[in-house]
Write a protein of this length. Structure first.
Length: 201
């Protein structure tokens, strides 16, 4: 898991910014295949869809579909697979990087049973059903990775979506205690410090 997270952060990171037009191009390519697919936007991709930020480093989705189906569809759409790991399955559409996560598992976190119920359906594009993973779990996955940009994004989400910080904290610790997150207490306290500083600015 540490190797996967390090790879995700450094080895293949997209050198160019990805915007909403790039995201829509990718989704339309998949929709043109006329195959059913469920995609749950996470991270900066979810923030793009909600206009919380204008660009992100790559396109990130959790999917309820299996990897073989994804591989078949992505190959048909002309994407190139860079890394086959189910922990973070990396694809490229030209210079745009797309990361897929499977089995309700993101950055060492096994999502709770209610993750689908709490997710928001955004729209359908042909037979593609597009969702945003619920904001609490998006923030929790960002805390797990814990780069400075993840803390900044988390604060941005909390402000834009009026997230109840107490509810976030309760859900985080319930998940962290049964997940593979190193230094999980220190990571949340780093976010909490930024949050408290923002309240007094």
């Amino acid at each position: 898991m540490k190797k996967c997270i390090k790879m995700y952060e450094d080895k293949y990171k997209n050198p160019i910014a990805t915007n909403l037009d790039n995201l829509n191009t990718f989704l339309q390519l998949l929709a043109d295949l006329n195959e059913e697919l469920e995609l749950y936007a996470i991270g900066g991709t979810a923030m793009l869809l909600k206009n919380i930020k204008e660009t992100t480093k790559d396109i990130d989705f959790l999917t309820a579909d299996n990897q073989e189906k994804i591989r078949k569809l992505f190959n048909l759409a002309g994407l190139k697979e860079k890394d086959t790991s189910k922990l973070c399955n990396i694809w490229y559409l030209g210079k745009i990087r797309i990361d897929l996560f499977y089995d309700e598992f993101i950055f060492g976190i096994s999502l709770p049973d209610d993750w689908k119920d709490k997710s928001e359906h955004i729209k359908d594009i042909g037979k593609i059903r597009l969702y945003i993973l619920n904001w609490h779990d998006i923030i929790i996955t960002k805390i797990a990775r814990n780069e400075q940009r993840d803390i900044d994004d988390s604060i941005g989400i909390i402000k834009a979506e009026n997230i109840d910080f107490g509810e976030l904290k309760e859900r985080y610790y319930k998940l962290a205690e049964v997940s593979v997150i190193s230094d999980y207490d220190a990571k949340f306290k780093a976010l909490e410090k930024e949050y408290d500083t923002g309240k007094t600015d």
